[in-house]
Design a protein around this ligand. Structure first.
Ligand code: FES
Ligand SMILES: [Fe+2]
Length: 452
C-alpha cells in the first residue's frame, strides 16, 4: 500500500537540535508504511558480498524491506539482482537461501528464466499460447545494484545517488578495514532469528551505543574476560582517549573504542590470542601507511550502521542485516567478517567467537534482545507511545575535525551518531524525492548537528 506523506507529521517525529524523537516511530503502522515508501524505497540496502557468490551462477536470496530478491553472479563476472517473483502468477521463484544455478524454473507452472532474468521457457508454449505470448515482456524485474569494497547493495529508486556518494564520509573509515590485507570476506550462511522489535532499535544501538555496554552487558563481559571485562557499573571510564563517535550526511555512523578490537574474543582464549597477534603484526603497517591517528582505527573496535538497516562490529566481526517484518518484528541475519589473508585457524576462531557473542544465541546478542523488544512492545500502551525518546548524550560537544571526516562526537560514550541517524531519517522520510535532498546545501547537515 502506498501512503500519502501528509498522513504522517514527519516534522514532529524528530527534533534534531534537541536530540529528541517521538516514541511512536517504534510502533505506528502509518510511520512503518511511510518508511517502506520513503526510506526502503529510496535507500541502498545490503544484498550480498563478493565472497558469498564468487563464481558464475552463484546466488543468494534476501530481502529489501519486505520485497524478496535474489542476487546472481553472471558469466561475465558482473552481479545482477532481481525480485524473487515469477512474472506469471507471482509465485516465489528461488526457494533456496544460496546455491549455484544456470537457470530457475518456477515451482508453480514451470516458467523458466536464464541467469540474466530473461524468460526463456514456458511449458507447452507453442500448443497452448499459440504464438500469442511475448516472452520478452515477462522477464524478471531487475534491481539496481552497486558495490563497494565487495559489498553489494540494491536500490529501488533510479534517482538515488550512487552507492559511493551515499556512503560519503564513512568510506574513509570502511576503507581502513575493508581494503586491508586483500579485503574482507563474509562467512555464511548467515544465522537467522526473529526478534519482536522495530527495525530501528538495533540499527540505532549499533550506530552508536557504547553507553549500554557496561550496563546491559556487564555480566557477560565479566564472564568473557578480556579488555572490556572491567568496564561495568556506575563508574565512568576515562572520557579522554577511550574513543569517539562519527556520523555522516545520510545517517551512517559508528563508534570507536580505541585498541580493543579483539576485546570480546577473549572467550575460549584461542581467538583472543590469535587475534591479538594478528593485530600486533599488521597494525604497524597501517600506521606507517595512514599515520598514527588514522592507522589506529585498525585494531580498534568499531560498532556501526550503514543507514538504514545494515550494521557491523569490526573487532567482534559481526555483520548484521535487520530485515523488517512489519513494525514490530524483524528477522536478524548475522554473518561473520574475516580478513581474506587471515590463516584459516584464525578465521575459524573468529567465526566461533562471533557466534558465541553476537550469533543467534550469543551472550551479548541475548543481552540486547530484551531491551530491543521492550523498547518496541511497551508502545502498545496509548500513553506510552505519545512519549519522547532522548538522545542528548554529548549534545553540544559535536565538532568537525581536521583529520577525521564527518561530524565527530568527542567521547566514545555519546549519542552523536544517534542524532545523525535520526537527522537523516527525518530528511529522507519527508523528502519529495532524492533531488530535493541533493539540492540542499551539502554542509547544512553539519551545521544542524553541531549547532555551528
Ligand atoms: S506462477 Fe510461476 S509459472 Fe505460474
Ligand atoms: Fe549490546
Amino acid at each position: 500500500m502506498s501512503i500519502n506523506r501528509t498522513q504522517v507529521d514527519v516534522e514532529s517525529l524528530v527534533d534534531v537540535r534537541n536530540g529528541i524523537q517521538a516514541k511512536k516511530i517504534f510502533w505506528d503502522q502509518e510511520i512503518y508504511d511511510l518508511e517502506i515508501e520513503q526510506i526502503f524505497g529510496k535507500c541502498w540496502q545490503f544484498l550480498t558480498h563478493d565472497s558469498l557468490i564468487p563464481n558464475p551462477g552463484d546466488f543468494t536470496t534476501g530481502f529489501m524491506a519486505e520485497d524478496e530478491v535474489f542476487v546472481m553472479r553472471q558469466d561475465d563476472g558482473s552481479v545482477k539482482a532481481f525480485l524473487n517473483v515469477c512474472s506469471h502468477r507471482g509465485a516465489r521463484l528461488v526457494a533456496a537461501e544460496a546455491g549455484n544455478a544456470r537457470a530457475f524454473s518456477c515451482p508453480y507452472h514451470g516458467w523458466s528464466y536464464s541467469m540474466d532474468g530473461a524468460l526463456k521457457v514456458v511449458p507447452m508454449e507453442k500448443e497452448l499460447y499459440r504464438g500469442a505470448l511475448d516472452k520478452s515482456q515477462f522477464g524478471l524485474r531487475e534491481i539496481r545494484v552497486e558495490s563497494y569494497r565487495g559489498l553489494y547493495y540494491g536500490n529501488l529508486d533510479p534517482q538515488a545517488p550512487s552507492l559511493s556518494d551515499y556512503l560519503g564520509d564513512v568510506k574513509f573509515y570502511l576503507d581502513i578495514w575493508m581494503e586491508v590485507n586483500g579485503g574482507i570476506e563474509l562467512v555464511g550462511p548467515p544465522s537467522r532469528s526473529l526478534l519482536n522489535c522495530n527495525w530501528k532499535t538495533p540499527a540505532e544501538n549499533f550506530v552508536g551505543d557504547a553507553y549500554h555496554v557496561g550496563w546491559t552487558h556487564v555480566a557477560s563481559l565479566m564472564a568473557l574476560g578480556g579488555e572490556l571485562s572491567s568496564i561495568g557499573g556506575m563508574e565512568a571510564p576515562p572520557n579522554e582517549g577511550l574513543g569517539m563517535q562519527v556520523t555522516s550526511r545520510f545517517g551512517h555512523g559508528f563508534g570507536v573504542l580505541w585498541d580493543t578490537a579483539p576485546a570480546v574474543h577473549a572467550i575460549g582464549s584461542d581467538a583472543g590470542k590469535l587475534y591479538r597477534e594478528w593485530f600486533a603484526s599488521r597494525r604497524p603497517k597501517m600506521v606507517e601507511k595512514l599515520g598514527a591517528q588514522v592507522g589506529r582505527i585498525y585494531g580498534s573496535h568499531l560498532n556501526g550502521t550503514i543507514f538504514p538497516n545494515n550494521s557491523y562490529l569490526l573487532g567482534t566481526n559481526s555483520f548484521k542485516l535487520w530485515v523488517r517484518r512489519g513494525p514490530h518484528q524483524i528477522e536478524v541475519f548475522s554473518w561473520t567478517i574475516v580478513e581474506k589473508e587471515m590463516p584459516s585457524e584464525l578465521k575459524n576462531a573468529i567465526v566461533t567467537g562471533m557466534n558465541s557473542t553476537f550469533g543467534t544465541a550469543g551472550m551479548l546478542a541475548s543481552d540486547d534482545s530484551d531491551n530491543m523488544e521492550s523498547m518496541t512492545q511497551n508502545n502498545r500502551g496509548r500513553a506510552t507511545r505519545e512519549g519522547k525518546l532522548n538522545s542528548q548524550l554529548g549534545l553540544g560537544f559535536d565538532k568537525l575535525d581536521s583529520v577525521f571526516p564527518g561530524v565527530i562526537g568527542q567521547s566514545a560514550i555519546g549519542e552523536t551518531s544517534y542524532r545523525g541517524f535520526y537527522r537523516a531519517y527525518k530528511e529522507i522520510l519527508g523528502a519529495d524525492n532524492w533531488q530535493t535532498i541533493l539540492d540542499l546545501d551539502p554542509d547544512a547537515w553539519k551545521r544542524e548537528l553541531t549547532g555551528q
